[in-house]
Design a protein. Structure first.
Length: 509
């Protein structure tokens, strides 16, 4: 396979070298003919100007026209040569310009020596190796010579020497024509030669197009290679940013887990507080019933007073427990508030890292904003819980005070049996107040339970969002690694294209 490729490369290089010979040969021939024409213009112009100043005004005044044509054609030929040195049109312009001046002089000159001006040009035309062009040029030159001889012979002004000179000129022209014809006969058949030339020209154009395209491809390959390098660097930056986001998300998930545990503890404390509140309500109702019964049964006052004392003691104990639980709830609320602040800070860091990642981190920025909003909701709910707990402490303290008053009333009831009825009325009033307070506490506990449920729901959403961020970060990291692998593969392909382009450059050289 490698040997066949080398043979093909050698053949292609040989074809390119072969096709490049013709433009170089044509350029050299155009240069020779152009310089010869410029050199021959001097004596030819002088000869025409000599007719212009001639006393024979039949032709002399008309000599200005071929002089102008000769000079203008020479200038145009120089311009065409510097624009396209190997142009085929240039040879016809030069030949036509020279024949215009020489032909006019041939027809108007009195001496047949004018025909000798054309011989250097005829020899130079052979340099083109173009049979069709040479045949046309020599046919035109011979026609002028024969026409000049016929004109002189018809006018009877042709002497023997001039006839001999005309014959010699015609003979030389015929000999050159025969030389061109004989040289062309040695080549291949006419149709075959032109078919080969057409095919060579077509292949030459194809090779030039291939080389030009190769140069363009080489330029684009260099630009694309720079883009691939930039893509690989960007992928590495994105990969680092994604890793940082993944770490931040992991920390957020751990904080969410800890916050979930704290919230569960709060829920247990709230349920226990609610149970104590129900016990207090039941105790208050029992106290009220006892007060009513005491008013009906004075003989059972002492027993009722003792029962009330025990009940008040139980209420005081429950109130003390309620205060303790409220303090625990307040501590847990402070922990939740601190965790919410940390979560908000982590969400802000995630937003910053997503902004650094650019387009690839836009999705993470949205998720980070959602995390920050959930954290803000958690903070507000925690503040509400703190307010409720504070109010709960106040109410519990008031309830303890009321229980103290009730106990004091029971003590006085034992001391002042005559005022039993009034004492029991005070107890009933105090129990009613206590019941109202306990109902208020129960209502606030219900609000606390509702807020805690919202906190649990927010934490669940926060946990789900953290898992989504973690999954997105993992997917983005895999995509980043895939982009790096594709960039490396693209770089290898570009290196292969550059090697192919260098191969075409070798063929061109």
């Amino acid at each position: 396979m490698e040997e066949r490729t080398n043979n093909k490369a050698a053949e292609t290089k040989m074809v390119v070298r072969k096709y490049s010979e013709k433009p170089a040969r044509d350029a050299k021939a155009n240069q020779t003919v152009l310089l010869l024409m410029a050199f021959m213009d001097i004596p030819l112009t002088l000869a025409l100007l000599s007719q212009f100043v001639s006393k024979d005004i039949s032709y002399g005044k008309m000599a200005a026209l071929p002089v102008a044509v000769l000079l203008l054609g020479t200038l145009v030929s120089f311009g065409m040569y510097f624009k396209d040195r190997s142009g085929e049109t240039l040879r016809y312009v030069m030949l036509g310009t020279f024949l215009a001046g020489w032909g006019y002089m041939m027809l108007t000159a009195k001496s047949v020596l004018a025909c000798t001006y054309i011989f250097p040009m005829m020899i130079a035309l052979i340099l083109y190796y173009d049979r069709k062009f040479e045949k046309r040029a020599f046919a035109g030159i011979m026609a002028f010579m024969v026409l000049r001889g016929v004109v002189l012979a018809a006018a009877g002004s042709l002497t023997g020497d001039e006839l001999t000179l005309v014959s010699v000129c015609i003979g030389i022209t015929v000999a050159l024509t025969y030389h061109v014809t004989a040289r062309a006969a040695k080549n291949f058949d006419h149709d075959t030669i032109w078919a080969i030339k057409d095919e060579q020209a077509r292949q030459n154009m194809m090779m030039e197009d291939i080389i030009r395209i190769s140069e363009a491809v080489k330029s684009e390959v260099g630009h694309t290679d720079n883009l691939v390098e930039h893509l690989r660097d960007s992928s590495q930056v994105v990969h680092s940013s994604i890793q940082e986001i993944s770490v931040s998300t992991q920390i957020t998930a751990e904080s969410v887990q800890e916050q979930t545990q704290m919230t569960s503890q709060i829920k247990d404390a709230i349920e226990e507080t609610a149970q104590n509140a129900r016990i207090m309500v039941e105790a208050a109702e029992a106290s009220a019933r006892m007060a009513e019964e005491s008013m009906d049964m004075m003989n059972q006052m002492r027993a009722g007073a003792e029962t009330i004392g025990e009940t008040n003691t139980q209420v005081a104990k429950s109130m003390s427990q309620l205060q303790d639980k409220a303090k625990e709830v307040e501590q847990i609320t402070e922990v939740i508030f601190e965790i919410s602040s940390q979560t908000n800070l982590l969400a802000l860091n995630a937003s910053i890292e997503s902004a650094r990642a650019g387009e690839a981190g836009r999705g993470f920025a949205v998720v980070a904003d959602q995390i920050r909003e959930l954290s803000e909701q958690t903070r507000k709910s925690t503040e509400q819980i703190a307010g409720i707990v504070k109010e709960l402490n106040t109410n519990a303290k008031d309830a303890v005070d009321i229980v103290g008053v009730s106990i004091e009333a029971s003590r006085k009831q034992n001391e002042m049996i005559e005022n039993t009825a009034g004492g029991f009325m005070a107890i009933r009033d105090n129990v009613d107040t206590l019941t109202q307070r306990i109902e208020d506490i129960d209502s606030k506990i219900k609000n606390l339970v509702h807020s805690n449920d919202k906190i649990i729901e927010s934490i669940s959403q926060l946990s789900a969002t953290s898992q989504q961020v973690s999954a997105s970060a993992s997917e983005a990291e895999e995509r980043s690694q895939q982009n790096q692998a594709e960039a490396q593969e693209a770089k290898q392909l570009l290196n292969g294209v550059q090697e192919i382009v260098q191969g075409f450059k070798k063929y061109q050289d």
